[in-house]
Design a protein around this ligand. Structure first.
Ligand SMILES: Cc1cc2nc3c(=O)[nH]c(=O)nc-3n(C[C@H](O)[C@H](O)[C@H](O)COP(=O)(O)OP(=O)(O)OC[C@H]3O[C@@H](n4cnc5c(N)ncnc54)[C@H](O)[C@@H]3O)c2cc1C
Length: 267
């Protein structure tokens, strides 16, 4: 079985700044790490590979320094890493990103299962997994929290949508996006760290994918989404007031007034 894991490198969201003019995240302003949900996706693939004969390929679209994230994936159990990187991909929205990733998957050849995280902690749209499935023309199941069965033709999964858990049977080739409840990602092992250090990361550029897409499909040109403005919401400071034992009546009146104002009390 050939498993592709989609992995995105994300900035440390505590420190990152925004380029308000271009309407994009300034990725040079903070250090990068693997999107946490993608570690769950990778762990899912590695666990499958431990049970059946499977090859796990981690694929990421990003700038050249994303190579380190792919090496970390190898240290965590992936067999190989593929970086999809080209200056012309800059400015891609979720549609263009998904089309590029789907093209890279097609270029890599036969695959049975694609696993993505449910969402990223920076873009947070949750669109890329399902959009990749659409571009590949394969079925998908989102928000998978458990794989209950697997045979050579299909798998059965628990898919958490709204308040319900759906038991879905899905035929290969297919794509699933996973939640953090599916497993606990392992740490890199010493043996795999050594393997990762020596690993060659394959790089795919636009010219390598030309049988599937062209310049009009990527970057700002291939992106129907236009960010008009970025605004950081102002968080109001919490307000507090302390009443002592002698002020109980005043405190009660104040509370009643607040409850009336926010319509908790009608009297
Ligand atoms: C107009 C516009 C311009 C943009 N320009 C840039 C830019 O110049 N540079 C830039 O980095 N971003 C840019 N972005 C953001 C970029 O489109 C998103 O980062 C990307 O599409 C992923 O979306 P998301 O973070 O919401 O992922 P989600 O849809 O929340 O991700 C779900 C899952 O999909 C997979 N996935 C997502 N992205 C990738 C990836 N890159 N590689 C592999 N797997 C992935 C992961 O498994 C992830 O868990 C731009 C967005 C817009 C709207």
């Amino acid at each position: 079985m050939d498993i592709i894991v989609l992995v995105k490198q994300v900035p440390d969201m505590e420190k990152v700044k925004f380029d308000r003019e271009k309407g994009v995240v300034d990725r040079t302003s903070a250090s990068a790490e693997i999107n946490p949900f993608d570690l769950n996706a990778l762990e899912t693939a590695v666990q499958i590979a431990e049970n059946i004969d499977a090859r796990v390929t981690a694929v990421s679209m990003g700038p050249p320094n994303t190579e380190s994230a792919l090496k970390e994936c190898i240290a965590r159990g992936a067999h190989e890493g593929v970086l999809v990187s080209d200056r012309k991909f800059g400015g891609s929205d979720t549609k263009a990103t998904s089309k590029i990733l789907a093209s890279a998957i097609k270029k890599l050849g036969a695959y049975d299962l694609v696993i993505a995280g449910e969402k990223t902690v920076d873009g947070d749209t949750g669109q890329v997994g399902p959009e990749v499935a659409e571009f590949l023309n394969i079925p998908h199941a989102s928000y998978v929290s458990k794989i209950t069965e697997m045979n050579k033709d299909s798998m059965e999964v628990h898919s958490e949508i709204w308040e319900g858990t759906y038991l879905k049977s899905i035929k290969f080739p297919c794509l699933i996006t996973v939640t953090k409840d599916i497993n606990h990602p392992r740490l890199p092992s010493f043996k795999n760290k050594m393997k990762a250090r020596k690993a060659e990361i394959k790089i795919l550029k636009l010219e390598d994918l030309e049988e599937f897409l062209n310049e009009d499909n990527v970057g700002f040109k291939g992106s129907p989404t236009k960010v008009k403005k970025i605004e950081i919401p102002q968080i109001e400071k919490r307000q507090g007031k302390i009443y002592r034992e002698s002020d109980t009546v005043e405190a009660e009146n104040e509370l009643i007034n607040i409850f009336k104002k926010i319509k908790v009390l009608e009297v």
